[in-house]
Write a protein that binds this ligand. Sequence first.
Ligand SMILES: NC(=O)c1ccc[n+]([C@@H]2O[C@H](COP(=O)([O-])OP(=O)(O)OC[C@H]3O[C@@H](n4cnc5c(N)ncnc54)[C@H](O)[C@@H]3O)[C@@H](O)[C@H]2O)c1
Length: 482
Amino acid sequence: MRDSNAQLPQGKGYYCVPPNTVLAPPPPGSTIDNMATATENRLAELKLRMATREAHIGIIGMGYVGLPLALLFSGERFHVTGFDIARDKVSKLNAGGSYIVRILPSAIQQAQQTGFRATSDYSQIAKMDAVIICVPTPLNEHHEPDLSYVTGTVESIAPHIHSGQLIVLESTTYPGTTEEIVVPLLEAGNLQALKVTRNADQPGVYVAFSPEREDPGNDTVARHDIPKVVGGCSPQATELASALYGAIFRRVVPVSSPSVAEMTKLLENIYRCVNIALVNELKQLCMRMGIDIHEVIDAAKTKPFGFQAFYPGPGLGGHCIPIDPFYLSWKARGFDFRTRFIELAGAVNRDMPYFVLDQIAAGLNEHSKALKGSKMLVLGVAYKRDIDDLRESPSLTIIELLRDKGAIVAYNDPYFPSVGHGRHYDLNMINTPLDNLGQYDAVVIVTDHTTYDYRAIVEQSQLVVDTRNATKGIDSPNILRC
Ligand SMILES: NC(=O)c1ccc[n+]([C@@H]2O[C@H](COP(=O)([O-])OP(=O)(O)OC[C@H]3O[C@@H](n4cnc5c(N)ncnc54)[C@H](O)[C@@H]3O)[C@@H](O)[C@H]2O)c1
């Protein structure tokens, strides 16, 4: 068995001391003693600035994660600067606008009253007490981690950082990224040859990892009630990051290293990915057996312990669950280890849009029709209900598969007036109004937005293919649930 530090570069001092480690005191009157005192003073001052909300917080990446986080800090009266390379986002924010549906312009304007500003100017990093990095971590075309956004960001900020600042990476990534990628890049790019603090005596910049745990569209838990895991490159970095997040989150969970914090996030998302794959597979078996998987799950979840409900669907979507597990698979290969659960779950989940396509064909067959030339309306392109995010959405794959088979496809989604092209799709479609449903050979529910009137949709359609159990309780021979 490998110990937790075996993967770290040896002999470079990247070892992270567990938070409770008691460090031997330096001899009284020594230079080290003076340095340690100065470092302690700087740490205490920074913690005080955080406690009194005087600390200036920089958040890099004004997306689905970074912008809400900026608003959370602003709500606690911190002075926040949002950094983004997308100039249109910067302009919109500075004009008091928003580009994320669930964030109202009024929330941006309120944050502006406590000093919130957006910028693309990295020289502003020098004015920050803490810098939090929330940039994308996608997969490349070979299904491998694409850390270019993280490395690009770190290289851009490195010349501007100074001693005593706290830098936190929040982007989801494989264990080792903070210590093996972020720390060396920060040190190499700093003009004053600044070092990352790794022990109590050493002045420098503090670095930590703290995973984002947001679940967009889930309003059952307030953001500040989601415990925040933090792991620093030194006990001091963990302490400082805990003080920072302790100002806005009710509970902070310090762990012994950035790698533990990185792995924690991956465990959470792999757990979901694997369990969703399990119910997706069982759904297909239940259909053959004439059993309603949703009725089974509803019954199973009455068990008060040992079971958590996951639901089948048309495939995985979003920037997390379809992607993050493969960061670990990639890293595991370097340790001559195969992550079989992740690969199997990935294969089952990736096949789901093809399963939906087969079900649509079967439904049309019952009406003596073929996919080729049939008119289809896909309901929902967002990857899940009631959000304006279509990254990795199974709808996009299903639309492409239908088109490949010669179907004439339209879509409706209240959150997307149009769908152009992205990393993995090129659709160039505009939203179709939800009327005259009888003209379609099939209406396919891929995203179960709550604004849809499913009873009316079933009544007006020739055939409804329901991949989300959105028509639960509606009795009609026109519904094909899959
Ligand atoms: N979206 C979620 O629900 C969610 C949840 C948990 C964790 N995460 C993780 O958080 C991270 C960010 O995800 P997101 O959904 O906010 O992504 P996003 O694409 O919505 O936002 C990222 C932002 O970073 C900006 N950006 C890219 N490179 C930059 C650079 N060099 N400098 C400044 N800005 C830059 C982009 O313009 C964009 O505005 C990812 O690692 C993701 O896996 C996301």
